[in-house]
Structure formats: C-alpha cells, structure tokens
Write a protein that binds this ligand. Structure first.
Ligand code: FEO
Length: 391
C-alpha cells in the first residue's frame, strides 16, 4: 500500500498485516493488525514517526523509495513492532536524527543496537518546528512500557499515540468505522494496557487540555472522532467494574461442568451477566475482553493429579497478570480423592487483594447440597455487586 494523505503534508505509511493471527505469541488476532508509521513534511524538515514490524519490512522500504530525505525519525515506543526497522531507516537516511524519550534511549540501544550518537532525547513538552508543522512530545509513561510518549501536531491537531488507543484491526479504511473497531480496540486494551490502568488514567488527564481533531495510533485505523475512543478508554480505565462475572473453567468428567451450568443459571436469575469460558476451546482474547468489565471471577476446575487442572492454572496466571477491575473471586469444582484447588487459586490471585467468596468443592458428581451451595454463592455475588453499586 502506498502512503495515504491524511491532511496536507501529513501521510499514513506503514503496513497492514492482514494474516497475523497471534500477538506476543499469545493473544489471538481474529482481525489481523497494522503497524502504522506517519510522515510529516514541514517546509524545512521532514519527520518519520515510528516504523513497522520487521516482518513487513518490504512494505515500508518500498514506501520510502519516494521519500528522498528524512531529517527526524521519531520513536514513540521501543518495542520492536514499531522500532524494529529503525536501524535500517537510519542507515537509509545517514543525516537523520533519532528522537525519543529519555528512558527510550538505552532501550533502543540495547534492543536494536542503534549507535548512541544517532540518538537525541527530547524532554516532556519539548517541541520541534519542521516549518509550519510543529510537533510537541508528551511523555505518557506506561502505555504500556515505561518510555512511551506521544506527539501532538499542533497546526493540524493530530495526536500520534503509537500503542495508546490502538486496535488490532487490519482494514483498508484509513479511518475507523466505530461499529467495527470497538471490540478489537477493547481486546487490544485488555491484553496490553489493562495492567497499567492507573497510569493511563493520569495520561488521559495529561492529554485532556489538547484540542484533538484526530487520534492516529500505530495499530488499527485513525480516529476522526477522537471522543469515541477517549470515552471508551475513560470507561475501561475507571475504577468501577460492571455487574459481570467471568467463569473460566475446565471439566474432565462433567462434574465441574454441571456446577458451572448451575452457577450460570443461578447468577442469570439474579440479573448478573455471566461469561463462562470452557478453557479447552476458549479464545483467551475473549477472556481478556470480558476481564475488562468483570467484578467477579469464579474459577471452575477439577483436580488433576494433586492440583488444579493445568488449563485452569494457565487462565488464573493470565488473570493475575492482566488484572482488570476484579473485586471478588471464588472457586468451584470437583475432585476424586483430594483437592488443593482453592488454596492454589487464591494464592495466585492474592496480590490482587480480592475478597474470596465461599468456594464450592465437591467429591465426584455434585449432589443437591452442592447445588444449594452454588445458589448461596450466586446470592452472595449478587449482594456484593449490589453493595458495590455496579451496573
Ligand atoms: Fe505495538 Fe508495545 O508495541
């Protein structure tokens, strides 16, 4: 794809990765992704903002064929899907200067072996004038690495945000179709940004005074209506979860499945939204998405050998990393001859300081009393949600 004009002298560049199906060797990408780079041409200087993942090298190199001079190469984020082509770009434009945040400098040297003399660090709030195009650098740490920053093109009121506000969404549309991009943006937020919710809250306050016409991220389409994604983020980073329970579970002989089915029904009867995920088949990206809103997690697991099922272990570990807005946790499941399931799950989730609500563990197939205990668990979850005031 050739460079595409956004406004006069500002162009989208980069690569659409239609066929990528996994990010970080972890999260499924049902819609592919893109690595957006941008070109800003002033009357005196030219700046290239970020590069592309090296797997799409040939696309960027072809686009650069028609760009004889670049004066500044700006790196908003040192992760390789945006910085991986920096060495080759700097080689191609030997007089160019690489601009990055202070924390990014050593990261770029270590990750990409960029010669120190090619790098100039910029301060938070610093501006460069390209000639009728002014870029202001704004530090936005922890979206989602410590060195991240964004650039604000004041004449055109475009905010270039790299990962911040991005979506894993491959599309030939330059601008976001809001009905299409919301789920991929939420999936992206869930995996990448959610653990840094508090930092993102601060960064959103920091950019609030800016008058923004467009948000141009480095994954997914550009937002011509910035309010759409800013409002979505304001919801996702807020402290209040929703009236929602996530139930990642696995069952070997159907006892745990029967318990999960009963809990789903019991919670639904009480007006609580429920998202059960059979971990044998589940898309963990969907689990991450529901984790953005869930107030409660109930892990369903049988005992495998002496511990919880490895698939449940994997899911609980993922939850402990992604965190979300969870407030309550419980465990349900069955065992054959012993169980340490509750202890394992609660110790893994302990750093999240969740309130653990009465686990229900039974030997073999659940009996009437076990179903009553599950109803009691559903009732307590519903009460806790009501007390919290979730919607
Ligand atoms: Fe898209 Fe953190 O890299």
């Amino acid at each position: 794809m050739t460079p595409r004009k956004i406004v006069d002298d500002v162009f989208w560049m980069g690569a659409i990765d239609w066929n990528r199906r996994l990010f970080d060797s972890l999260i499924p990408l049902p819609h592919g992704t893109s690595y957006n780079s941008y070109l800003v041409k002033g009357s005196e200087k030219v700046a290239l903002l970020d590069t592309v993942d090296p797997s799409t090298r040939h696309i960027l190199i072809q686009q650069l064929e028609d760009i004889p001079e670049v004066d500044f190469v700006i790196s908003h984020h040192a992760e390789q899907d945006h910085s991986g082509m920096l060495p080759e770009v700097l080689e191609r434009y030997p007089d160019s200067v690489l601009l990055c945040s202070k924390l990014a400098k050593d990261m770029l040297i270590d990750h990409l072996h960029i010669p120190e003399e090619r790098i100039t660090t910029v301060s938070d709030g610093e501006k460069i004038d390209l000639g009728g195009k002014t870029l202001q650098f704004i530090y936005t740490p922890w979206v989602h690495w410590p060195e991240t920053m964004v650039s604000y093109l004041s004449e055109d009121q475009i905010l270039f945000t790299c990962d911040f506000f991005g979506s894993h969404y491959a599309t030939s549309d330059l601008y976001a179709d809001e009905s299409q991009v919301l789920e991929p943006a939420k999936r992206y937020f869930a995996e990448i940004m959610m653990p840094f919710r508090k930092s993102i809250q601060k960064n959103m306050e920091k950019i609030r005074p800016l008058k923004i016409n467009m948000i141009a991220p480095s994954h997914g389409p550009i937002y011509r209506n910035p309010r759409f994604i800013i409002d979505a983020y304001s919801d996702w980073v807020s402290d209040m979860p929703k009236n929602s329970v996530i139930i990642p579970f696995v069952s070997m002989h159907d006892s745990t499945r029967l318990m999960v089915d009963h809990l789903v029904s019991s919670l639904t009867d009480r007006g609580v939204r429920v998202h059960p995920f059979d971990l044998v088949h589940a898309d963990i990206g969907r689990i991450a998405v529901e984790l953005v809103d869930a107030a409660t997690i109930v892990v369903g697991t049988p005992t495998f050998q002496t511990g919880i099922h490895p698939l449940a272990l994997y899911a609980v570990y993922l939850v402990s990393l992604l965190r979300g807005r969870l407030r309550f946790a419980s465990v349900i499941g069955s065992y054959g001859w012993m169980s340490k399931g509750v202890e394992q799950v609660t110790s893994m989730l302990a750093p999240m300081k969740l309130e653990v609500i009465d686990p229900v563990i039974c030997r073999g197939k659940p009996r009437e009393d076990d179903y009553k205990a599950i109803d009691a668990l559903a009732e307590k979850i519903s009460e806790r949600h009501n007390t919290l005031g979730v919607k």
